[in-house]
Ligand binder design. Structure first.
Ligand SMILES: [Zn+2]
Length: 414
């Protein structure tokens, strides 16, 4: 029938969730997973999109854009086997009635519908030419072994739209966070806001008379002035407490960005984690499991009213879903050490030339100048020390170099 050997396999693509009963990735208990979840590491990268392709010749019988499926498509092969592929980033390029040949591009991998991360759901039914009347079967035999999947390495194109998921993951990876730590944060952010940076807490949309968009615009324009004190959760982490909202507001002003800007919010999140929540970050870095990392963020950073076991399990489920997608290729960026620091680190915590340090939240430059938020939020290498003056050189990613003296007492050895 032409199913086999029609798909190019590479080590970059793999099945993250098989057919059959599995733990519910989005909550408690178990569920029947009626297909395969397939991830392409390149499809999770910011710069690349990956096409899902037809597994065999056939004709398009249905096209979807639903709450659970997101964007997807059904194809009838050989008049008797139906395949369904979904969670596409946008509508399939095909329409009902289109004829396809094996390997044809049908949709771009995405995370629409009930999904926490970019992947393809691939299901197969037999026994009927109508999807609703057919029976689910394990799709694996319709691929060639475990490596041949419905994604082709020939089908990578430059990405046009960044998903928040990619932005957030890359941001956290650039901070050198472990996979446990990164997914612990991401699962909680997904629970809080669905990763939507301009998300206004639903219960306040009615009472304040705003949508996510109109609230954000009113705060940006200054026509709504109660952002800090209105007790409405907002943003990726659904910041609610006035002092945290004030911090977010000031960060937006300092960066001259919208209050709903994703990258600004990530900078603020990181600022919180490296200053007032540094203890949480230290604990998070030591987490040995997805559940542990997720619980740390839930109970010590997000601190919602409901921290019951059910909530913990649900959030850890989101985190696990990211973990499953990223496992095997997630690599935190290794800090580039400036040449001057390629010496053994002083283990005592004494700050010397080459030490890796963070800056106290309320510190000023030695000259009295205000230290920008992004500098406070980063980790730096000391390039020289003279008396109580420490000159900070490059940051851990090696991308920035500030060369401004700061009093040694305002630095913390990390
Ligand atoms: Zn699936």
């Amino acid at each position: 029938m032409g199913f086999k050997n029609n798909i190019i396999s590479t080590q970059d693509e793999y099945i993250t969730s098989p057919f059959g009963v599995r733990p519910n990735p989005l909550g408690a208990g178990t569920e029947f997973h009626n297909g395969l979840d397939i991830v392409s590491s390149r499809g999770l990268q910011k710069t690349q999109d990956v096409w899902s392709i037809a597994i065999a010749d056939g004709v398009v019988t249905d096209k979807h854009n639903g709450e659970l499926i997101g964007h997807g498509i059904d194809i009838l092969h050989d008049g008797k086997v139906l395949s369904r592929q979904y969670h596409f980033k946008s509508a399939s390029v095909l329409k009902v009635g289109d004829k396809v040949e094996k390997g044809d591009r049908i949709g771009i991998l995405g995370t629409t519908g009930r999904s926490t991360g970019v992947h393809l759901h691939f299901g197969v039914k037999t026994g009927s030419t109508k999807w609703d009347n057919g029976d689910y079967v394990d799709p694996t035999p319709y691929l060639d072994g475990t490596k041949n999947i419905a994604i082709s390495s020939d089908n990578v194109i430059p990405a046009k739209i960044d998903t928040p998921e990619r932005e957030i993951r890359e941001y956290l990876s650039s901070k050198g966070l472990s996979l446990y730590a990164a997914v612990g944060i991401m699962g909680n952010l997904y629970a809080e806001s669905g990763l939507k940076a301009n998300n206004l807490q639903n219960s306040y949309e009615k009472s304040l008379g705003f949508t996510d968009d109109s609230y954000t615009a009113a705060v940006d324009k200054g026509t709504y002035t109660n952002f800090i004190r209105d007790c409405a959760g907002y943003g990726l982490a659904q910041w609610t407490y006035w002092s945290r909202k004030e911090g977010l507001f000031n960060a937006a002003k300092a960066q001259d960005k919208s209050i709903g800007n994703l990258n600004m919010q990530l900078d603020y999140l990181w600022f919180e984690l490296t200053t007032s929540y540094r203890g949480v970050l230290d604990e998070l870095r030591k987490a040995k499991s997805v559940r542990e990392a997720s619980d740390i963020i839930l109970t010590k950073f997000e601190k919602p009213a409901d921290q019951s076991e059910a909530v913990r399990v649900k959030r850890a489920g989101y985190a696990q879903s990211y973990y499953d997608n990223y496992l095997g290729w997630y690599a935190p960026e290794v800090p580039t050490m400036p040449e001057a620091t390629l010496m053994p680190e002083t283990p005592t915590g004494t700050i010397t030339k080459g030490s890796k340090v963070t800056i106290n939240a309320n510190a000023k430059y030695y000259t009295g100048g205000t230290i920008p938020l992004w500098v406070l939020a980063d980790v730096w290498y000391v390039s020289s020390i003279s008396g109580d003056r420490a000159v900070l050189g490059k940051n851990v990613s090696g991308k920035n170099d500030i060369q401004s003296p700061i009093n040694v007492k305002d630095l913390v050895y990390v």
